[in-house]
Design a protein around this ligand. Structure first.
Ligand code: 1CP
Length: 354
């Protein structure tokens, strides 16, 4: 397996990722992995054996410790803050908890207009000051080794959890609210848009070099529904953040929505493995970058299949400015960290950047 550092690398990880996010030239392809901070590392499991999830997230020193683990072990160019998409709920007056092996749970879900009206739009620095403190500490500890990446759940994905009360395959209650009571839906999406915008603005002010909007469950929607009930809100967030820091839109299973997603105006669109990356790139707006798109399951097939698939992605992107190498979705917990370490070195040593 290859080493993780190469003589031809002249940029810092931070500079490399930020340049790619702005579709500027780079010395080699920058790389980070979705869910790199929490999923497969034994050092993370050891930390979690000592502290519950929310304690790690709410204690800047612990959150930064977890954030730095994959930077140190894999040599990635992006350090995604250890946090969760649900944290903005802290300021909204909606109590939630993260249950081991289950995920987010909300005991009193949002179901009626009165519930939506009660949602508070708070100041992000007050409501989630611990996230901003963690980012400030991360920025100091990280130096230029890697870019500090902030993130939030997108309004639609947050609405899925808020209305359903927990994770689900189809989010039937959330979709029923959307179709059955559009006025309440739009009120909810408007409020969530404001919360998410404030939250991401505060993260950028605290030192995030780029921010990613996770719309994990977007693939449940058809093209018309997306355009009517979600797209305008996403577009509003990216318009508000324009010029502050590069923005990344994330979703999976959304090949049918790609044109609409591109039109919301992020600097990069994260795509999964369902389309070859060059075919997906053709569907984006001119000058828009792309993030992706290795199938995380491939990594469990061992190094040879992983390397071949990574080479195929690098051949298809062919050194074109604006590519950040990543997985199409989160690392699976069973993944061997040694494969991720080798993959980082392999992408950095990319055949296309001799
Ligand atoms: O893992 C990391 O790199 C750290 C940061 C991180 C991120 C980027 C966590 C920590 N969560 C997330 C994003 C996140 N959280 C998403 C978007 C990405 C995706 O689509 O996978 C989603 C949907 C969540 C919600 C969530 N939080 C789930 C999924 C449940 C479901 O509905 O399918 C789960 C299991 C959590 C808890 C959670 N968040 C993060 C960790 C490490 C954990 C596990 C908790 C633990 O360690 O006990």
């Amino acid at each position: 397996m290859p080493a993780t550092s190469h003589d031809t690398m002249t940029m810092t990880g931070r500079a490399r990722l930020i340049a790619a996010a702005r579709s500027q030239p780079v010395d080699t392809t920058p790389v980070w992995y979705m869910r790199q901070a929490g999923r497969c590392l034994p050092e993370y499991r050891a930390l979690r054996a000592r502290h519950p999830f929310m304690e790690v997230a709410r204690t800047p020193e612990l959150a930064v410790e977890a954030t730095l683990m994959p930077v140190e072990r894999f040599g990635v160019d992006g350090a995604v803050l250890f946090a969760d998409i649900m944290l903005p709920l802290d300021g909204m007056g909606v109590p939630f908890r993260i249950e081991p092996k289950v995920g987010p749970v909300i005991d009193n879900p949002i179901r009626t207009r009165a519930d939506v009206e009660r949602i508070v739009i708070a100041d992000a620095d007050e409501a989630t000051g611990y996230v901003m403190d963690a980012l400030r500490l991360l920025r100091r500890e990280l130096g230029d080794r890697a870019a500090a990446l902030g993130f939030s759940g997108a309004p639609f994905t947050l609405a899925c959890y808020l209305v359903e009360g927990h994770g689900s395959r189809e989010y039937p209650r959330a979709k029923a609210l959307m179709y059955g009571d559009p006025e309440t839906w739009h009120l909810l999406m408007g409020k969530l848009t404001e919360v998410v915008t404030r939250y991401l603005r505060a993260q950028i002010a605290a030192g995030a070099d780029a921010v990613q909007l996770f719309d994990s469950w977007l693939g449940l929607l058809g093209t018309e529904t997306y355009a009517e009930f979600v797209q305008p809100y996403t577009a509003r967030i990216f318009a508000d953040l324009r010029g502050l820091a590069p923005t990344i839109h994330f979703s999976t299973g959304t090949t049918h929505l790609l044109d609409g997603i591109a039109a919301t105006g992020p600097d990069l669109v994260s795509v999964d493995w369902r389309l070859p990356i060059d075919a997906a790139w053709d569907r984006l707006a001119p000058g828009q970058g792309i993030q992706g798109n290795l199938d995380p399951t491939l990594l469990m097939g061992g190094w040879d299949v992983t390397r071949r698939a990574a080479d195929d992605i690098l051949r298809r992107t062919a050194g074109r400015p604006g590519h950040i190498f990543n997985l199409g979705h989160g690392i699976l917990p069973e993944t061997d960290p040694a494969v991720l370490e080798a993959l980082t070195g392999h992408v950095h040593g990319g055949a296309l950047h001799p």
